[in-house]
Each structure stands twice: as C-alpha cells, then as structure tokens.
Design a protein around this ligand. Structure first.
Ligand SMILES: [Zn+2]
Length: 247
C-alpha cells in the first residue's frame, strides 16, 4: 500500500513542480518520504530519501530546498553570519522563511525578475541604498545573469559595511571565464552558457579576480562530501566568501 501510494505520488506530480506545491500539499508528500536516512537542515524534515531532480540535485520534498541552499544555510550558521542587516538576492523560499524567523535580523530580500518571494526589487547594478548598509549580502546565481557584472560587483562592495561579508556562487567552469557580448539571443545563450538568460560562464579564478578588482578580499570555500552525505549536499561545491576590508 505504502509503496503504491508513493509511486503514484511520484508519477502524477512532476518532480520539478514540487517547488510550487502549497505548504499543505508538501506536508502530505512528506509523509511518503519520512524516514531516518537523511535530514533537511532548513525545515528539519527527517527523510528516507530526497527527491532526485533530472540534474541529480537532491530536493527536500517538504520545503523544496536545493542542495546549494542547504549548504548555504550551513555556511551562514557555522560562520555566525546570521546577524545584523542582510541583503539576499533572489532568495529560495525555504531559506527566506528560515532567515525571516530569526529575531534581531534586518533581512531584506530582493528579486528583480519577480520569480521569487521578496521584499524589494533592486537592480544589482544600481542598488538604491546608502553605502555601507549591510553586514552580509547573498548573491547566489545572480552575477551570471548580469551583463555589467563589474558594475554589480562595485555596487555590492559599496553597500557592504566595512568588515562585512558576501556569499557568492555561480555555475563554474575550469580555465578562464567564457563570455561573448555578441551572443544575445536566448537560444544562443542556452547553447553557449547553459541557460537562456545566462550571459557568461565564470571560472572560480576569473570571478575571484573580478571581485578582488571591485575591492573585496576573497576566500574560496571548497566542499567535498563523503558517500553518506546525510544532508543531501552536492558531492563537490565551491562558494566564494568575500569581505570588505576595513581600509
Ligand atoms: Zn526541507
């Protein structure tokens, strides 16, 4: 009975759509995934298994979190960055909710394309706040969408407090940054950069250099999981932790 219900649930609901489930429906779906093998550090679900997306990312059936979001929350917690004022670009719902719950944090979420639930709609190349406003900004999978990325990085530097932090991730390739301003159509961008609205593919070193040019100190956080991987993180992952120096 259990197996049948589970397979029906899986077959009638496309996995990619689970992120759009209403909270109540997610709770029902969660019942079929409950177990003791894995856990979600965002919604505290205890799971028999995660949902596997077509790109092999492990999705939490309860809160819809992706591996990179669960890792991001772990980094924020372990580095004690959950304090002061935080600006979060295009926040996943699961993390947005989690940070909002924390008392004493001034949390502003921004989304330019109306794809995410957010408080404001800031253009990352022209952020309408005073300099040195935020203790932390989170710009995950943002910069690869921005043509004027040097301008965006300067803006991020400007709005960060001295000794404040930023957490940045994009898709990465080996070698040099791949970009070509003449590639403009969605079809060509998909072919060259992997997504219709991406304008380049960074390399870790290439992005690091651009962030340093904007004034940041950059630390590379490199993660590599053992086989058991109870929180369903990506097997290997790189995140850039940037800091605005005091002087
Ligand atoms: Zn979850």
């Amino acid at each position: 009975m259990y197996k049948t219900l589970k397979s029906i649930t899986k077959s009638i609901v496309p996995k990619q759509l689970i992120r759009k489930y209403k909270a109540s429906l997610r709770e029902v779906v969660y019942l079929f995934y409950k177990g003791n093998n894995y856990a979600c550090n965002l919604c505290q679900a205890k799971l028999k298994t995660f949902l596997t997306l077509s790109n092999n990312d492990l999705l939490c059936p309860r809160c819809g979190s992706l591996p990179r979001t669960r890792r991001l929350y772990q980094i924020i917690k372990s580095k004690e960055l959950l304090q002061g004022s935080i600006l979060h670009f295009s926040p996943p719902l699961s993390l947005h909710k989690k940070i909002k719950e924390h008392p004493n944090i001034q949390y502003i979420s921004s989304d330019f394309e109306n794809e995410f639930i957010a408080d404001v709609k800031y253009d990352v190349t022209k952020i309408p706040v005073k300099k040195e406003t935020f203790d932390l900004f989170i710009a995950y999978h943002i910069l690869e969408h921005i043509e004027a990325d040097a301008t965006a990085m300067k803006e991020l530097f400007r709005i960060t407090k001295k000794e404040g932090f930023g957490l940045i991730q994009t898709p990465f390739k080996k070698g040099e940054i791949y970009e070509n301003a003449n590639i403009k159509t969605p079809a060509a961008r998909l072919k060259h950069f992997g997504q219709q609205d991406h304008v380049r593919i960074y390399s870790v070193n290439g992005l690091k250099k651009r962030l340093q040019t904007a004034g940041f100190k950059v630390e590379e956080l490199i993660f590599s999981e053992k086989a058991e991987n109870p929180y369903g993180f990506k097997a290997t992952e790189t995140v850039l932790l940037v800091r605005k120096p005091l002087i």
